[in-house]
Ligand binder design. Sequence first.
Ligand code: 13P
Ligand code: SF4
Length: 310
Amino acid sequence: MNIREMQEAILKLKKETGTAILAHSYQAREITEIADYTGDSYKLSVDAKGIDNENILFCGVHFMAETAKILSPQKRVYLANPHAGCPMAEQMDKEMIAAIKAEDPDRTVVAYINTTASLKTVCDVCVTSSSALKIVKAIENDKILFIPDCNLGDFVKKNCPDKDVKLLNGGCPTHAAVSANDVLAAKAEHPDALFLVHPECRPQVVELADYAGSTAGIIDFAMKSDAKEFIIGTETSIAEHLQYDCPDKKFYPLTKNLVCNNMKLTTLPDVYRSLLGIANGDGSAAEIIMDDEMIAASRKCIDEMIRLGG
Ligand code: 13P
Ligand code: SF4
């Protein structure tokens, strides 16, 4: 089967099984093309809440499929590649944050959505990169503990100067690996390009940007801008998608190393095999299984994110 034939087979199976495919924007083009919903973490969370289909197949990493299950517990939610996890989501656990809370109980605990369901049970509100500023500003309490990403947290802290934001030492290994020297080299090579960056990058990288924002924010900025050239400081797939969608502009990935290997684990054959497994009901598709208690406890801070960020 070639790519087109496999995409056709996927579209047919999707219909037969009543499955909606959700794909994060970091997925490959051949996957976003067959998805029903694409976007960044925030958009996909909101999409997951309103889906009518019986099954959801998530192309992304584990915490995203888990979030879809929490928001649509009556649906069967599957992850197209069960090995796709987010290293940042595993950096802090419930016990660690509960111990910090016990010592510093007056802080509102704000968790980046890139966290496990178990950790979400001890947090007050979730954020994504596109909703973090709005939500932190909307929180009545001025004392915040922002976890786990200290780079996104630093971006929030600088843009919410009235808040006392405490950070811990976590972050995205893919975005945090970029240096200011990478930016200077890319700017030297493309002197007319605007530099757009994701705030998961380190502060010294974000400081050099013409625009800093979430995946959706970067895409929106690039599409609306009158500029013709852009250096894209986030996962390389965003420069690729933008180049497809805006052929009259030029997009350069900040470095070719800005690849999330976890996001890239999912392949089109994984999507096809998962749908076959859903159709056959043979248990081969990787279903997200969570008990009602965990769903209810972890959902509170996601609902709060949608309430404050909506
Ligand atoms: P957003 O989808 O919130 O922009 O986050 C990027 C990311 O790293 C997802 O894991
Ligand atoms: Fe996690 Fe970073 Fe990959 Fe996003 S890009 S899934 S935060 S490791």
